[in-house]
Design a protein. Structure first.
Length: 341
């Protein structure tokens, strides 16, 4: 490292090592798009070699920007959110930004802090999946902070919003099971105390697809769990089987619930998919490691993260138009638990 200590490396040191001007280094550090790719690579190599770390306070004073964005989500250990975070980090890095991740745990106080307190002065923009905040409160609190919302919450008219169509996706899952000849399709499921809109939309899509097929929805087939874990799903399926509930398929709220359902059915002596077909949701890494492997509704998580970052970048660069509502695609990733008919 040429005798330089990582904590003392300056912008001029990077410029000298890369053989470019300080302005070019500054453009790379700040993510300006007009830098030639080969030049950007040379500067980034010098940054990595010297261990240069931008002084965020100095950068903000000089440019009004920190080069940081925040991603606020309910659970960082949920496979779906973990994969969204990974895709967003890659998109942000390509755009010259770093990501701070914050977990809100569906706590309204923590959600308000994302917009009102904790991120003030630290980040240039926020990508946020709220579960408890109302539309008007979001509109009041985010003020001029560039913001993009994820998920099923209703967005203010001034705020960008990226999501999948949960009603349509649930309907696609049900139609896949109907095509396999299944008619007693359970929905797993509701969760005691859940306040989010996600499952209400998925339940609606499930019910509408059954009605469309001429099947009257049976409320006893809507299973309720005590919590959000695979163990909770396992317990809910155990209880349904023990009560003698008859069903030949299960549409699950996420892949964790689907994994719990598969295990519970196996313990009950029921074969998947021969006796009961199972469809998960989110198409996370879990799907490859269950036995059998899981068919899963697959939102385009990469497109969701990349589109959210694109919208946020436009806001951070001064776009002030009305909120844009973007719906990304979904498919069904077909595997062993509910094979193609």
């Amino acid at each position: 490292m040429g005798g330089l200590m990582a904590g003392r490396v300056r912008l001029v040191d990077v410029a000298e090592r890369a053989g470019v001007s300080m302005k070019t280094v500054s453009n790379v550090v700040n993510g300006y798009a007009h830098v030639q790719p080969k030049l950007r690579e040379r500067v980034q190599a010098a940054i990595d070699e010297l261990g240069y770390r931008p002084n965020l306070t100095a950068r903000r004073l000089a440019t009004g920007k920190t080069g940081m964005i925040a991603l606020a989500m309910p659970e960082i250990d949920h496979p779906y959110f973990a994969e969204i975070a990974s895709h967003l980090a890659a998109a942000a890095a390509a755009g010259g930004y770093r990501v701070i991740i914050e977990q809100t745990l569906n706590d309204p106080v923590a959600e308000r802090a994302v917009l009102r307190d904790r991120e003030a002065g630290l980040v240039d923009g926020v990508i946020f999946q709220p579960t408890r905040m109302a539309t008007l409160e979001i509109a009041k609190l985010h003020d001029d902070l560039p913001l993009v919302l994820l998920g099923e919450v209703e967005a203010p008219v001034t705020t960008d919003h990226v999501m999948i169509d949960n009603v349509a996706a649930a309907g696609a899952g049900v139609r896949h099971l109907l095509a396999l000849g299944r008619r007693r399709i359970a929905f797993l499921g509701l969760v005691h105390g859940d306040v989010t809109a996600t499952n209400r939309q998925r339940l609606l899509g499930y019910q509408e697809a059954l009605i469309e097929a001429g099947i009257r929805p049976d409320p006893t087939l809507v299973l309720t769990a005590d919590g959000f874990s695979a163990q909770d799903a396992h317990a809910a399926v155990d209880a349904a089987v023990a009560a003698g509930l008859e069903f030949d398929a299960v549409l699950c709220r996420d892949d964790r619930f689907a994994a719990g359902a598969v295990t519970a059915l196996r313990h009950a002596g029921l074969a998947v998919p021969e006796d009961i077909a199972v469809v998960g949701w989110d198409d996370t890494a879990i799907t490859a490691y269950t036995a059998p492997t899981l068919t899963s509704i697959a939102p385009d998580k990469r497109a969701l993260a990349e589109r959210a970052f694109e919208l946020l970048l436009e806001r951070m660069r001064g776009h002030h138009g009305p909120g844009r509502h973007v719906v990304v695609d979904h498919t069904i990733a077909v595997r062993e638990s509910a094979p193609a008919g």
